[in-house]
Ligand binder design. Structure first.
Ligand SMILES: Nc1ncnc2c1ncn2[C@@H]1O[C@H](COP(=O)(O)OP(=O)(O)OP(=O)(O)O)[C@@H](O)[C@H]1O
Ligand SMILES: [Mg+2]
Length: 302
Protein backbone atom coordinates (compact mmCIF):
# COMPACT_ATOMS: atom_id res chain seq x y z
CA UNK A 1 0.00 0.00 0.00
CA UNK A 2 1.15 3.53 -0.71
CA UNK A 3 2.18 5.85 2.09
CA UNK A 4 -0.74 8.26 2.43
CA UNK A 5 1.54 11.12 3.42
CA UNK A 6 3.73 10.92 0.37
CA UNK A 7 0.90 12.41 -1.63
CA UNK A 8 0.97 10.15 -4.69
CA UNK A 9 -2.51 10.04 -6.09
CA UNK A 10 -3.72 12.37 -3.39
CA UNK A 11 -6.11 15.18 -4.13
CA UNK A 12 -6.98 17.94 -1.75
CA UNK A 13 -9.55 19.64 -3.92
CA UNK A 14 -13.00 19.26 -2.53
CA UNK A 15 -15.17 22.10 -3.77
CA UNK A 16 -15.84 23.02 -7.37
CA UNK A 17 -14.22 26.40 -6.78
CA UNK A 18 -11.21 27.62 -8.74
CA UNK A 19 -8.07 28.24 -6.81
CA UNK A 20 -9.36 27.09 -3.49
CA UNK A 21 -8.07 24.13 -1.56
CA UNK A 22 -10.12 23.48 1.51
CA UNK A 23 -10.72 20.49 3.66
CA UNK A 24 -12.92 21.86 6.44
CA UNK A 25 -16.25 20.11 6.29
CA UNK A 26 -18.18 23.24 7.27
CA UNK A 27 -16.64 25.61 4.74
CA UNK A 28 -19.27 27.61 2.84
CA UNK A 29 -18.91 27.15 -0.93
CA UNK A 30 -18.06 30.29 -2.88
CA UNK A 31 -19.58 31.40 -6.18
CA UNK A 32 -17.91 29.13 -8.73
CA UNK A 33 -16.60 31.51 -11.40
CA UNK A 34 -15.00 34.10 -9.16
CA UNK A 35 -11.37 34.09 -8.23
CA UNK A 36 -10.74 33.28 -4.60
CA UNK A 37 -9.62 36.84 -3.90
CA UNK A 38 -12.94 38.24 -5.15
CA UNK A 39 -15.13 35.52 -3.70
CA UNK A 40 -18.21 36.47 -1.72
CA UNK A 41 -20.34 34.06 0.29
CA UNK A 42 -23.37 32.91 -1.72
CA UNK A 43 -26.81 34.09 -0.63
CA UNK A 44 -27.85 30.49 -0.04
CA UNK A 45 -25.25 27.91 0.89
CA UNK A 46 -25.47 24.86 -1.34
CA UNK A 47 -26.17 21.56 0.32
CA UNK A 48 -23.55 18.85 -0.08
CA UNK A 49 -25.10 15.47 -0.85
CA UNK A 50 -21.76 13.66 -0.81
CA UNK A 51 -18.83 14.77 1.27
CA UNK A 52 -15.94 12.54 0.31
CA UNK A 53 -12.87 12.54 2.52
CA UNK A 54 -9.58 11.01 1.47
CA UNK A 55 -11.24 8.18 -0.43
CA UNK A 56 -8.86 5.64 -1.94
CA UNK A 57 -9.90 2.51 -3.81
CA UNK A 58 -7.94 -0.70 -4.26
CA UNK A 59 -8.58 -3.83 -6.28
CA UNK A 60 -6.43 -6.43 -4.57
CA UNK A 61 -2.92 -5.05 -4.28
CA UNK A 62 -3.33 -2.37 -6.91
CA UNK A 63 -4.67 1.06 -6.20
CA UNK A 64 -7.22 2.33 -8.74
CA UNK A 65 -7.99 5.69 -7.20
CA UNK A 66 -5.79 8.02 -5.18
CA UNK A 67 -6.90 9.77 -2.02
CA UNK A 68 -9.72 11.90 -3.24
CA UNK A 69 -11.65 14.58 -1.40
CA UNK A 70 -14.56 16.47 -2.86
CA UNK A 71 -18.11 17.46 -2.31
CA UNK A 72 -21.02 16.82 -4.65
CA UNK A 73 -23.87 19.27 -4.43
CA UNK A 74 -27.63 18.85 -4.42
CA UNK A 75 -29.67 19.43 -7.57
CA UNK A 76 -26.74 20.04 -9.87
CA UNK A 77 -25.26 17.85 -12.56
CA UNK A 78 -21.68 16.88 -11.79
CA UNK A 79 -19.70 15.42 -14.68
CA UNK A 80 -16.75 13.09 -14.18
CA UNK A 81 -14.33 13.15 -17.11
CA UNK A 82 -10.87 11.77 -17.82
CA UNK A 83 -8.97 9.23 -19.90
CA UNK A 84 -9.83 5.55 -19.97
CA UNK A 85 -8.72 3.70 -16.85
CA UNK A 86 -8.40 6.80 -14.63
CA UNK A 87 -11.06 5.49 -12.25
CA UNK A 88 -14.24 7.30 -13.30
CA UNK A 89 -16.44 4.21 -13.00
CA UNK A 90 -14.63 3.15 -9.84
CA UNK A 91 -15.35 6.58 -8.40
CA UNK A 92 -19.08 6.73 -9.07
CA UNK A 93 -19.63 3.06 -8.22
CA UNK A 94 -18.05 3.77 -4.85
CA UNK A 95 -20.79 6.27 -4.07
CA UNK A 96 -23.52 3.61 -3.80
CA UNK A 97 -21.40 0.58 -2.90
CA UNK A 98 -21.76 -0.91 -6.34
CA UNK A 99 -18.12 -2.07 -6.16
CA UNK A 100 -18.73 -4.17 -3.06
CA UNK A 101 -19.28 -7.35 -5.07
CA UNK A 102 -15.91 -7.08 -6.85
CA UNK A 103 -13.38 -9.51 -5.36
CA UNK A 104 -10.49 -7.62 -3.76
CA UNK A 105 -12.31 -4.29 -3.67
CA UNK A 106 -11.27 -2.17 -0.71
CA UNK A 107 -12.07 1.44 0.08
CA UNK A 108 -10.23 3.67 2.50
CA UNK A 109 -11.32 7.07 3.72
CA UNK A 110 -14.90 8.15 4.07
CA UNK A 111 -17.91 8.68 1.85
CA UNK A 112 -20.53 10.71 3.68
CA UNK A 113 -24.00 10.84 2.18
CA UNK A 114 -26.01 13.60 3.84
CA UNK A 115 -23.60 13.15 6.74
CA UNK A 116 -24.05 9.35 6.99
CA UNK A 117 -21.05 7.12 6.44
CA UNK A 118 -21.97 4.97 3.40
CA UNK A 119 -19.39 2.34 4.42
CA UNK A 120 -20.17 2.19 8.15
CA UNK A 121 -20.89 -1.30 9.46
CA UNK A 122 -24.39 -0.24 10.48
CA UNK A 123 -25.28 1.17 7.06
CA UNK A 124 -27.95 -0.79 5.23
CA UNK A 125 -26.76 -1.44 1.66
CA UNK A 126 -30.28 -1.90 0.32
CA UNK A 127 -31.19 1.52 1.66
CA UNK A 128 -28.07 3.02 0.04
CA UNK A 129 -29.09 1.61 -3.36
CA UNK A 130 -32.67 2.76 -2.82
CA UNK A 131 -31.57 6.34 -2.37
CA UNK A 132 -28.72 6.31 -4.86
CA UNK A 133 -29.80 4.84 -8.19
CA UNK A 134 -27.55 3.90 -11.07
CA UNK A 135 -27.79 3.61 -14.85
CA UNK A 136 -25.09 1.94 -16.91
CA UNK A 137 -23.45 2.48 -20.28
CA UNK A 138 -25.36 -0.19 -22.13
CA UNK A 139 -29.15 -0.14 -21.80
CA UNK A 140 -30.02 -3.30 -19.90
CA UNK A 141 -33.81 -3.69 -19.73
CA UNK A 142 -35.11 -6.95 -18.33
CA UNK A 143 -36.80 -9.28 -20.84
CA UNK A 144 -40.16 -8.24 -19.45
CA UNK A 145 -42.84 -5.74 -20.39
CA UNK A 146 -42.18 -2.00 -20.25
CA UNK A 147 -44.51 -1.78 -17.24
CA UNK A 148 -42.86 -4.67 -15.41
CA UNK A 149 -39.41 -3.18 -15.92
CA UNK A 150 -40.41 0.04 -14.20
CA UNK A 151 -42.51 -1.74 -11.56
CA UNK A 152 -39.72 -4.19 -10.75
CA UNK A 153 -37.89 -2.29 -8.00
CA UNK A 154 -41.05 -0.87 -6.34
CA UNK A 155 -42.50 -4.39 -6.21
CA UNK A 156 -39.28 -5.78 -4.74
CA UNK A 157 -39.29 -3.12 -2.08
CA UNK A 158 -42.97 -3.64 -1.25
CA UNK A 159 -44.08 -0.29 -2.72
CA UNK A 160 -47.27 -1.72 -4.20
CA UNK A 161 -49.66 1.09 -3.36
CA UNK A 162 -50.56 3.20 -6.42
CA UNK A 163 -48.14 1.21 -8.54
CA UNK A 164 -49.74 2.32 -11.82
CA UNK A 165 -49.32 5.97 -10.90
CA UNK A 166 -45.76 5.34 -9.78
CA UNK A 167 -44.87 3.69 -13.08
CA UNK A 168 -46.50 6.48 -15.06
CA UNK A 169 -44.69 9.15 -13.02
CA UNK A 170 -41.31 7.49 -13.55
CA UNK A 171 -41.92 7.20 -17.30
CA UNK A 172 -43.03 10.84 -17.42
CA UNK A 173 -39.90 11.96 -15.59
CA UNK A 174 -37.77 9.93 -17.98
CA UNK A 175 -39.53 11.65 -20.91
CA UNK A 176 -40.71 8.30 -22.26
CA UNK A 177 -44.38 8.20 -21.29
CA UNK A 178 -45.81 9.63 -24.50
CA UNK A 179 -43.88 7.13 -26.59
CA UNK A 180 -44.90 4.03 -24.62
CA UNK A 181 -48.23 4.74 -22.92
CA UNK A 182 -50.12 2.64 -25.47
CA UNK A 183 -47.75 -0.31 -25.33
CA UNK A 184 -46.92 -0.67 -21.65
CA UNK A 185 -47.45 -4.42 -21.74
CA UNK A 186 -45.25 -5.05 -24.75
CA UNK A 187 -41.70 -6.28 -24.35
CA UNK A 188 -39.12 -3.67 -23.41
CA UNK A 189 -36.74 -5.37 -25.83
CA UNK A 190 -38.81 -3.98 -28.71
CA UNK A 191 -37.82 -0.41 -27.83
CA UNK A 192 -35.04 1.48 -29.62
CA UNK A 193 -31.67 1.88 -27.89
CA UNK A 194 -32.45 5.45 -26.81
CA UNK A 195 -35.89 4.41 -25.53
CA UNK A 196 -34.33 1.45 -23.68
CA UNK A 197 -31.88 3.79 -21.97
CA UNK A 198 -34.70 6.15 -20.93
CA UNK A 199 -36.57 3.07 -19.68
CA UNK A 200 -33.55 2.19 -17.54
CA UNK A 201 -33.61 5.74 -16.21
CA UNK A 202 -37.35 5.36 -15.49
CA UNK A 203 -36.62 2.05 -13.74
CA UNK A 204 -34.08 3.84 -11.53
CA UNK A 205 -36.49 6.72 -10.87
CA UNK A 206 -39.42 4.44 -9.97
CA UNK A 207 -38.31 4.15 -6.36
CA UNK A 208 -37.79 7.92 -6.17
CA UNK A 209 -34.11 7.99 -5.36
CA UNK A 210 -32.31 11.10 -4.20
CA UNK A 211 -29.29 10.68 -6.46
CA UNK A 212 -28.88 9.30 -9.97
CA UNK A 213 -25.48 7.97 -11.00
CA UNK A 214 -25.01 7.61 -14.75
CA UNK A 215 -21.96 5.85 -16.15
CA UNK A 216 -21.61 6.92 -19.79
CA UNK A 217 -25.37 6.65 -20.34
CA UNK A 218 -25.29 7.88 -23.92
CA UNK A 219 -22.12 6.36 -25.29
CA UNK A 220 -23.97 3.51 -27.02
CA UNK A 221 -26.64 5.81 -28.48
CA UNK A 222 -27.05 7.71 -31.75
CA UNK A 223 -26.95 11.55 -31.76
CA UNK A 224 -30.73 11.94 -31.55
CA UNK A 225 -31.10 9.57 -28.60
CA UNK A 226 -28.06 11.22 -27.00
CA UNK A 227 -29.68 14.65 -27.34
CA UNK A 228 -32.83 13.41 -25.62
CA UNK A 229 -30.82 11.96 -22.73
CA UNK A 230 -28.95 15.26 -22.39
CA UNK A 231 -32.19 17.23 -22.41
CA UNK A 232 -33.45 14.92 -19.72
CA UNK A 233 -30.48 15.80 -17.50
CA UNK A 234 -31.54 19.44 -17.52
CA UNK A 235 -35.04 18.68 -16.29
CA UNK A 236 -34.12 15.88 -13.88
CA UNK A 237 -31.61 17.96 -11.96
CA UNK A 238 -34.43 20.01 -10.47
CA UNK A 239 -35.60 16.86 -8.67
CA UNK A 240 -32.48 14.76 -8.37
CA UNK A 241 -28.78 15.13 -7.82
CA UNK A 242 -26.99 13.75 -10.86
CA UNK A 243 -23.45 12.47 -11.30
CA UNK A 244 -22.58 11.53 -14.87
CA UNK A 245 -19.44 9.92 -16.27
CA UNK A 246 -18.80 10.86 -19.85
CA UNK A 247 -16.04 10.58 -22.43
CA UNK A 248 -17.72 13.23 -24.51
CA UNK A 249 -16.31 16.68 -23.75
CA UNK A 250 -19.14 18.50 -25.52
CA UNK A 251 -21.63 16.50 -23.53
CA UNK A 252 -19.99 17.44 -20.23
CA UNK A 253 -19.91 21.09 -21.33
CA UNK A 254 -23.59 20.95 -22.30
CA UNK A 255 -25.08 19.12 -19.33
CA UNK A 256 -22.88 19.65 -16.29
CA UNK A 257 -22.82 22.47 -13.78
CA UNK A 258 -19.68 21.12 -12.13
CA UNK A 259 -16.96 18.97 -13.64
CA UNK A 260 -14.34 16.78 -12.00
CA UNK A 261 -11.34 15.89 -14.15
CA UNK A 262 -9.47 12.73 -13.21
CA UNK A 263 -6.22 11.60 -14.75
CA UNK A 264 -3.61 8.91 -14.25
CA UNK A 265 -0.82 9.81 -11.90
CA UNK A 266 2.27 8.15 -13.29
CA UNK A 267 4.89 9.75 -11.04
CA UNK A 268 5.12 6.66 -8.86
CA UNK A 269 5.62 3.07 -9.96
CA UNK A 270 1.85 2.53 -10.19
CA UNK A 271 -0.64 4.32 -12.39
CA UNK A 272 -3.23 5.68 -10.01
CA UNK A 273 -6.39 7.57 -10.87
CA UNK A 274 -6.15 11.06 -9.44
CA UNK A 275 -8.55 13.97 -9.17
CA UNK A 276 -6.69 16.76 -10.95
CA UNK A 277 -9.20 19.58 -10.97
CA UNK A 278 -12.76 20.15 -9.83
CA UNK A 279 -14.58 23.35 -10.66
CA UNK A 280 -17.65 24.75 -12.31
CA UNK A 281 -17.84 23.43 -15.85
CA UNK A 282 -17.06 26.75 -17.49
CA UNK A 283 -13.80 27.03 -15.58
CA UNK A 284 -12.77 23.49 -16.50
CA UNK A 285 -13.37 24.10 -20.18
CA UNK A 286 -12.39 27.74 -20.56
CA UNK A 287 -9.97 28.59 -17.79
CA UNK A 288 -8.55 25.37 -16.36
CA UNK A 289 -5.87 25.97 -13.78
CA UNK A 290 -3.97 22.76 -14.36
CA UNK A 291 -2.12 22.13 -17.62
CA UNK A 292 -3.20 18.47 -17.53
CA UNK A 293 -6.84 19.61 -17.58
CA UNK A 294 -6.16 22.05 -20.40
CA UNK A 295 -4.40 19.40 -22.50
CA UNK A 296 -7.25 16.97 -21.98
CA UNK A 297 -10.15 19.29 -22.70
CA UNK A 298 -8.41 20.70 -25.78
CA UNK A 299 -7.84 17.19 -27.10
CA UNK A 300 -4.07 17.14 -26.73
CA UNK A 301 -4.16 14.10 -24.49
CA UNK A 302 -6.28 10.97 -24.17
N1 LIG B 1 -13.37 -5.35 -11.34
C1 LIG B 1 -12.10 -4.91 -11.37
N2 LIG B 1 -11.10 -5.68 -10.90
C2 LIG B 1 -9.82 -5.26 -10.92
N3 LIG B 1 -9.43 -4.03 -11.39
C3 LIG B 1 -10.37 -3.24 -11.86
C4 LIG B 1 -11.77 -3.61 -11.87
N4 LIG B 1 -12.48 -2.59 -12.41
C5 LIG B 1 -11.59 -1.63 -12.71
N5 LIG B 1 -10.33 -2.00 -12.38
C6 LIG B 1 -9.12 -1.22 -12.57
O1 LIG B 1 -9.28 0.04 -11.94
C7 LIG B 1 -8.76 1.07 -12.76
C8 LIG B 1 -9.84 2.08 -13.05
O2 LIG B 1 -10.85 1.47 -13.82
P1 LIG B 1 -12.23 2.17 -14.14
O3 LIG B 1 -13.07 1.17 -14.84
O4 LIG B 1 -12.76 2.78 -12.91
O5 LIG B 1 -11.75 3.33 -15.15
P2 LIG B 1 -12.62 4.28 -16.07
O6 LIG B 1 -12.03 5.64 -15.92
O7 LIG B 1 -14.05 4.11 -15.80
O8 LIG B 1 -12.26 3.76 -17.54
P3 LIG B 1 -13.16 3.75 -18.88
O9 LIG B 1 -13.17 5.18 -19.35
O10 LIG B 1 -12.41 2.87 -19.81
O11 LIG B 1 -14.52 3.24 -18.54
C9 LIG B 1 -8.19 0.40 -14.02
O12 LIG B 1 -6.81 0.21 -13.85
C10 LIG B 1 -8.92 -0.92 -14.05
O13 LIG B 1 -8.11 -1.92 -14.65
MG1 LIG C 1 -15.69 3.43 -16.95
Amino acid sequence: MMDRDVGVGRSVINDPVPGRVRIESDAVPQPPVQEASQARPPAVAREAVFDIHDMAVFYGESQALGWTSLRIYRHVVTAVIGPSGCGKSTFIRSLNRMNDAIPGFRLEGQVLYHGHDVYAAATNRVEVRRRIGMVFQKPNPFPKSIFDNVAWAPRNLGMRVDLNERVERALQHAALWDEVKDRLHESALGLSGGQQQRLCIARALAIEPDVLLLDEPASALDPIATASIEELMHTLKHRYTIVIVTHNMQQAARVADHTAFFSLDTTGSERIGTLVEYADTETIFRRPRDTRTRDYVTGQFG
